[in-house]
Design a protein around this ligand. Structure first.
Ligand code: FAD
Length: 354
């Protein structure tokens, strides 16, 4: 029996597993290792933090198959010299092929105090702690959200709608929030925030965080809770791996998605250096290609020729009724993108469950 180990059952790992299950030769066994007991829909963590969904609504069980084992454990490191994965519990597991899909963590950009004194929405357990903190705030409490990209905007709006009694401030270093979107989208989102009494601090420069204090351009501003949404970097396991990486710390791969120097190790999702910005959609599309490569290899066939990955666009929410997006080169604002986002989410969730 040959052993494929998949590290991480997020968007990349889960899609890969689902694709492989219907094509598994009798002599291949698969072990998926994840520290979480379910596949969690990370794209909904803003709602988990804001208290508008429970974790039960954003999780999907891992699929079952006689040749697949799901191991609920935390990975500590990868030892390429012996083709093994080391777990935090001290165990070690050898692989024939390995897929790394461990996602990302917060990037604090070296800002002192950011790791210690801010809350996170990058993992399920950290998001639940953030929820507890936000949920226990008294009326009138001040919340800072640092970073006006997709996740910061979704969190600020969901929280503003769920807890209109809170004073929410969203900080962004750009002259506009959602700077990678068309100006029409940024303008619409900024107006939504104005209408919902969310304060925007544009052109901000956070230099230091202390307990309950954000220093913007050296100016100390008091808050009851501070949430960090200002950037991500690949998992620490990947940071510790001595392989070639891009400027953002993502692993450089061949066009078949394995290491240039080791065709036994593939990387999917946020840990992979690809031509498009990391996203759940990208992780899934890339995982489909990794599955095609592995299936061909197991059959002894030539590697498939993989087309460039194309994405459909991106949709964001502003609370439960409004949204925004950029799809097929068209800026979308209002109720339609929100309805689209909701229906795509539940369609995907049900597809993964079946
Ligand atoms: C609030 C928010 C909103 C977002 N919205 C969107 C969106 O609308 N559209 C979009 O396309 N993308 C969105 N994203 C980005 C998207 O979630 C990521 O790009 C996507 O999750 C990447 O998939 P992945 O498979 O690389 O990693 P993940 O989905 O993060 O999966 C990584 C898995 O690895 C496991 N893991 C990590 N470390 C270990 C370890 N040491 N040991 C064992 N297991 C481990 C985790 O438990 C997890 O299951 C959003 C992100 C956030 C935070």
């Amino acid at each position: 029996m040959k052993k494929l180990i998949i590290l991480g059952g997020g968007y990349g790992g889960m899609t890969l597993l689902s694709r492989l299950i219907s094509n598994l030769p009798y002599n291949i066994m698969v072990i998926l290792i994840d520290k979480a007991p379910y596949h969690f829909l990370k794209t909904e963590f803003y709602a988990l933090a804001a208290g508008t969904v429970s974790d039960e609504h954003i999780r999907v069980p891992f699929p079952k198959h006689p040749q697949v084992s799901i191991l609920n454990a935390e990975v500590a490191s990868i030892d390429r010299s012996v083709n093994a994965v080391n777990l935090v519990n001290g165990e070690s597991m050898e692989y024939d092929d390995l897929v790394i899909g461990l996602g990302c963590e917060d990037n604090f950009h070296g800002i002192t105090g950011a790791a210690e004194f801010t809350h996170s929405i990058q993992t399920k357990s950290k998001t639940q702690k953030t929820y507890t903190e936000l949920n226990n705030l008294a009326a009138g409490a001040k919340v800072a959200i640092i970073g006006g990209g997709l996740s910061g905007v979704e969190l600020a709006s969901e929280l503003a709608e769920n807890r209109p009694d809170l004073n929410i401030t969203l900080f962004d270093r750009g002259s506009t929030i959602l700077s990678s979107y068309p100006p029409k989208v940024s303008a619409y989102v900024e107006k939504w925030f104005k209408d919902h009494h969310v304060k925007l601090h544009k052109n901000s420069n956070i230099t230091l965080i202390e307990e309950n204090t954000v220093f913007n351009k050296e100016d100390p501003l008091p808050f009851d809770c501070i949430v960090w949404t200002a950037g991500v970097m690949p998992s620490k396991i990947v940071a510790d791996l001595t392989v070639e990486k891009d400027k953002k710390g993502r692993i450089i791969l061949t066009n078949l998605h394995h290491l240039p120097a080791d065709d036994k190790i593939f990387v999917v999702g946020d840990c992979a250096s690809l031509n498009l910005p990391p996203s759940a959609q990208l992780a899934e599309k890339q995982a489909e290609q990794v599955a095609a490569v592995l299936i061909a290899r197991w059959k002894g066939a030539k590697p498939p020729s993989l087309p460039p990955i194309k994405l459909k666009g991106v949709l964001g929410s502003l609370g439960k009724k409004h949204g925004f997006g950029f799809v097929a080169n068209t800026a979308l604002t209002g109720r339609i993108p929100r309805i689209l986002k909701h229906s795509i989410l539940w369609k995907n969730k049900n597809k993964k469950k079946s």
